[in-house]
Design a protein around this ligand. Structure first.
Ligand code: GDG
Length: 738
């Protein structure tokens, strides 16, 4: 595995963590420390990180200032992708923020009817990919960020097939029913699949992504990985944290304590309820104001005892929806204040501006109740910052169930932000919560936020990316693609006496919808007969199928048959089957009813009974439902089979339960016992169960059919390729024998 100490990181994000200001002689560059930059600090110090992205609007810079900017960026390890005003209006404000942003936040009515910008989105994504390809060196890790750049992973992959690419999605990934509204859903999904590791904040987002792939592309995940064009794509859940130590230290500084004291003094004994958000329609500000209004209606006694401070940071003001949203919020604030302001107090203090980080932490420290009630939010870091900024262990967090943070911060008061009455009750509950409960909840929240901070997040993600791509950097560990390489290996191998161990389904015949229809055709039977008839060649068919099927289909051939994954063996030219292990009589009693109940409730599935195994086949089920049921079945079996001599084996669209220790490796052991090293073994298979065979033959010529991770040394694309190779071998062997 490559360690951080040796590996450069290319971070690709729409906006660079820099601000450039022009002055008369040139440009002043300030690096800002956003969450991501902070999380990568350790990596940057050890191995170096190069940032690639948009440095902001530099349209007013003179040519000399632009040249100065590029020089300084270069010195700071930053590669700028300059965007024109038109590109920003179309790609960023147009497509990313007017189409993808509302869609991912389930606010489909906000998507303009004349959604435009797709072409520019593609072009700008291509420009980012160009910049990455130019900066890239073999071994680098590339980490692409967020919804503005969803096509970049595949655009890089096309040009640098061996690149190690990660992608992290910072906003919600919507349900597949919402994503399918997007006319370019397929392009966007395919864009992401260029990555090796696709990261999300929550399990739900990952689930939605995988369901979208199944619905749109027919691509199925095995737990959390996907096989795409011969590559393995991993998906993972990495909830982003904050620099908790920094917020805590800032909160303890005397200057910050002074801000807290001043805010409390100004509130003159009133409770402070706080909201801090970008002024964005996803953040739930109008319903929050309505809930506060309702509270003051219901509880006149609170009217002069609570102050609600709302910081609304100006955001995306170039987008129409944000301008009209601002008016809506202004009006609501005016209405609540018009109704409830007294000569002594204004209930809502509304700041439409940003604040310094010290003011922000001061506000956190002064608040009795923090309202984080977005309608949807990828994570929401403000919730975590509030918690970290409370070393006094006090304060109540009210958190929307639709913020990613809710999946982690169960000790907050969790609320449905669409339910104005519930939100109003929740604010009341927070204001009147007993001291011990407040402190207990806050203590639990603080433990979580401190432990899972931004450093843990960045190293967790990059660790996963490093590990997932470690094989790709070591060509020696990878199966060699292609028929030519395999034939060359056979031709040079000594001795020239052979054992062929061949799987059946998916290797010699294509996988079919109904397994009973996979009968061998005459071509295949001829091929196998000729192979078995060649001098010094033994052929073994090693299948998961039951004895009677193999006998019916292949019994007339002079080959060894292995049924039920090596449990039964019928030597060539004999009629008796021998079992490899003694089978306890009632081993299936517990398992069969479970499988039958799954077959009954999952249309299109069926149970197969074998001597030493039971299998639940779900190829005929609705793909998504079948996968979900298979997952459920594994969980149920996990409980039911503990302490039993049984194991669960995954196959293609089949969950199989078999006696522990029974595997195709039995066939490998048999030929080794019988012939020792005097015969070279070629083993060919496509399924997980064939991996047992490959692993038992470390010095054999092992061949995986189709994509996917494998222990095999060679890879063939498909069944026709297997037939071609076997035919060529026949010719080679015929020539070798006089
Ligand atoms: C996206 C996702 C996800 C805000 N106002 C001021 C200020 N801030 C800082 C906060 C916080 C950050 O901005 C906002 O982060 P959020 O997480 O709340 O939201 P988004 O910007 O929408 O970010 C989001 C995030 O990506 C990370 O993956 O959590 O769900 O939408 O750090 O403190 N900072 C200062 N003054 C302000 O007025 N100094």
């Amino acid at each position: 595995m490559v360690s951080a100490g040796e590996t450069r990181l290319l971070v690709v994000a729409n906006r660079l963590p820099v601000t450039a200001r022009a002055h008369k002689d040139g440009v002043r560059l300030a690096m800002s420390s956003g969450g991501l930059a902070t999380g990568l600090r350790n990596w940057q110090e050890r191995a170096g990180a190069i940032w690639i992205g948009w440095p902001g609007d530099v349209s007013r810079f003179s040519p000399a200032q632009l040249a100065d900017l590029d020089r300084q960026l270069d010195r700071s390890g930053v590669v700028p992708v300059h965007l024109t005003a038109d590109e920003i209006a179309t790609y960023y404000e147009g497509f990313a923020n007017q189409v993808l942003w509302p869609l991912c936040h389930y606010l489909v009515d906000r998507v303009p009817v004349d959604a435009t910008g797709w072409r520019t989105y593609c072009d700008v994504n291509a420009r980012f990919a160009d910049a990455v390809c130019q900066a890239w060196r073999p071994g680098d890790l590339v980490w692409v960020h967020d919804y503005q750049l969803m096509l970049v992973p595949s655009l890089i992959r096309e040009r640098l097939p061996e690149a190690r690419i990660g992608y992290f999605h910072h906003i919600p990934f919507p349900s597949s029913e919402v994503l399918r509204i997007l006319p370019w859903r397929q392009e966007v999904l395919r864009g992401l699949l260029g990555a090796d590791v696709i990261g999300f904040h929550t399990f739900a987002y990952r689930r939605h992504f995988l369901t979208s792939l199944l619905d749109t592309e027919g691509l199925e995940a095995e737990v959390d990985t996907l096989e795409v064009g011969g590559r393995t794509v991993h998906t993972g859940v990495f909830p982003m944290g904050i620099d908790a130590a920094h917020f805590e230290a800032l909160a303890r500084e005397p200057e910050t304590q002074a801000v807290v004291a001043r805010l409390r003094e100004e509130a003159a004994g009133r409770h402070i309820v706080l909201g801090v958000d970008r002024l964005d329609y996803t953040k739930g500000i109008p319903r929050r104001l309505l809930a506060f209004e309702r509270l003051l209606e219901r509880r006149p006694d609170l009217r002069d005892r609570v102050r609600y401070v709302q910081v609304a940071v100006p955001s995306r003001e170039g987008v129409d929806a944000y301008r009209s949203f601002r008016r809506q919020v202004d009006e609501l604030v005016g209405r609540v204040n018009g109704r409830f302001t007294t000569l002594g107090a204004v209930p809502v203090h509304y700041l439409h501006r940003s604040v310094t980080q010290r003011e922000l932490v001061g506000l956190f420290g002064a608040a009795d109740v923090m309202l984080v009630t977005p309608l949807r939010d990828g994570m929401n870091l403000v919730a975590k910052e509030f918690v970290a900024a409370r070393p006094d262990g006090d304060g109540v967090l009210v958190l929307s169930e639709f913020a990613g943070a809710a999946a982690e911060l169960g000790d907050a008061l969790i609320v449905n932000p669409y339910d104005v009455d519930a939100l109003s009750d929740c604010i009341e509950r927070a204001l009147t919560m007993p001291d011990t409960e407040r402190r207990l909840r806050m203590a639990n929240l603080r433990a979580r936020v401190r432990r899972h901070d931004v450093h843990a997040w960045a190293s967790g993600y990059l660790g996963a990316l490093t590990q997932a791509t470690a094989v790709a950097t070591d060509a020696g560990d990878r199966p060699v693609d292609g028929e030519a390489a395999l034939l060359a290996a056979v031709t040079v191998a000594e001795p020239q006496r052979w054992c062929l161990l061949l799987d059946y389904d998916g290797t010699l015949t294509p996988i079919v919808e109904r397994p009973e229809l996979a009968t061998p055709n005459d071509d295949l039977l001829d091929l196998l007969r000729e192979l078995a008839g060649a001098a010094e060649v033994d052929v073994h068919l090693v299948s998961g199928r039951p004895r009677d099927t193999l006998e019916r289909w292949l019994g007339s051939l002079p080959v060894d048959l292995w049924a039920e994954h090596g449990f039964w063996h019928r030597p060539a030219r004999q009629s008796r089957w021998e079992s490899a292990t003694a089978v306890p009589e009632d081993w299936w009693v517990k398992v069969l009813p479970i499988l039958e109940s799954f077959a009954a409730t999952t249309p299109g599935t069926r149970v197969e009974q074998k001597s030493a195994a039971l299998a639940w086949h779900y190829r005929g089920a609705d793909p998504a439902f079948g996968e979900r049921q298979a997952h459920e079945l594994r969980l149920v079996l996990g409980d039911a089979l503990s302490n039993q001599p049984l194991e669960v084996v995954e196959g293609k669209k089949v969950v199989e339960i078999r006696l522990r220790g029974v595997s195709k490796a039995a066939a490998a052991r048999h030929v080794r016992r019988r012939h020792g090293p005097t015969r070279q073994v070629i083993a060919v298979g496509d399924d997980r169960t064939d991996e047992d065979l490959f692993q038992a033959l470390p010095d054999g010529i092992t061949v995986k059919v189709g994509p996917g991770a494998t222990a095999a040394r060679y890879r063939l694309d498909d069944v026709p390729a297997v037939h071609r190779v076997l035919r060529s071998l026949l010719t080679t062997w015929a020539r070798a024998v006089p």
